[in-house]
Design a protein around this ligand. Sequence first.
Ligand code: 5AD
Ligand code: SF4
Length: 511
Amino acid sequence: MNEKQRIESQKVVAGNPTDKKSAKDFSKYFESVYIPPSLKDAKKRGKEEVNYHNDFHISEEFQGLGNNKKFYIRTYGCQMNEHDTEVMAGIFLGLGYEPTDTVNDADVILLNTCAIRENAENKVFGELGHLKTLKKHRPNLLIGVCGCMSQEESVVNKILKTYNQVDMIFGTHNIHRLPNILKEAYMSKEMVVEVWSKEGDVIENLPKVRKGEIKAWVNIMYGCDKFCTYCIVPYTRGKERSRRPEDIIQEVRHLAAQDYQEITLLGQNVNAYGKDFEDMTYGLGDLMDEIRKIDIPRIRFTTSHPRDFDDRLIEVLGKGGNLLDHIHLPVQSGSSEVLKMMARKYDRERYLELVGKIKAAMPNASLTTDIIVGFPNETEEQFEETLSLYREVEFDTAYTFIYSPREGTPAAKMVDNVPLEVKKERLQRLNALVNEISAKKLKEYEGQVVEVLVEGESKKNPDVLAGYTEKSKLVNFRGPKSVIGKLIKVKVTKAKTWTLDGELVEEALEV
Ligand code: 5AD
Ligand code: SF4
């Protein structure tokens, strides 16, 4: 099948069910041709070839599509989604649209969605409900749903049946097809569904409108092959595929030339970077070793999987310099039995061993983590192992979640004997510990001089400036606006619950 045939075979242009006559045609048509995005297919992940495309451009037929029109994108979920939004914004600008920050002004509204937990999905359905009224008043408005939720067949079915205010649904593999999807939505006035349940390609040369001029995200890989039993991401984001190092390095060099001060290398499982290359042995450590030589003061990466975090990476991180020693290392649980049920492919001992290695190579390293409480059948003892691991590692902070069953994942089929009340109570106990240790760690900063990348005025008080330390601590201080976008020294005067107050160190003004 060639590219065009494949697109045709996986695409549906369905009659808009708002129109009574076409509603019948629609359901007939839908049943005969619609191939839903399939979790089953995603699980049969094989050795399919990853196609690299270097030729993205907006073809002439789409030029001017957005003239005199405005777009609005609302982003839910993780940094990967935020970055996808930057790419879509770039495409919109290329089509002649202008950005707007209110839905009331917009001619096209996109919801870039997250599927990770049920409450993330509920927010999107709630928002679609609100947009229905807007669409009633302005029938020419286009509403689109993209991102992770649109890769789930149950969500696509629900939207097709219930949310007929939606004009376009497209998946995470189809972002580069935005011009075609928009054009189709305008031409046919019908609901356009373009979701590929394929493994995904790597598309270079995509335009981007970066949200800031100080910090930037750089994708290094896409997808995830880990299949942790609770997680929907391997199904919504396709298989692990890495960008070629030369493309990444070129992008980072370009950002350095534009005076960006901090970059974050992004991927769902960055430690698996390069594992899919057939022509060379090259991993995240090798990539970081090249990137650290580029003149950008701060380099971070996220998100790590402990299983793939190898010695080469630790060795390179130990070289320090612009490679920051703040590592986000999701542990999920402190119990080896629960980790086994989660299919995390490491146990408590291996995790602690890894933490030991990281701390040996980077004595001042700070670690943060993600934790799920209330995994099916988690016992009180197993939960207490999570608390004890947390105390032992002394994470700087953690993102904590109650387990949320995701349809199609193995864990969703497990019978669960833990009542919701117990899960909530465990989350509270864990959060109390997280807060206790975070507060203790913040207190240690009092009196210290830290380096802060100044991002701008504080959200609460325009007379105060705000920025982040290497370890991602938010610092508020008074100073001239001329230091915005710079790295400066600040003396911490007081630790608050979540943030630090400080004062500018005199010589910082000379920068
Ligand atoms: N339920 C609760 N939390 C989840 N996460 C991923 N899947 C689920 C789920 N089904 C959490 C994990 C992951 C973070 C991004 O979200 O902790 O690291
Ligand atoms: Fe990001 Fe995962 Fe949420 Fe998708 S499901 S937006 S990849 S956190």
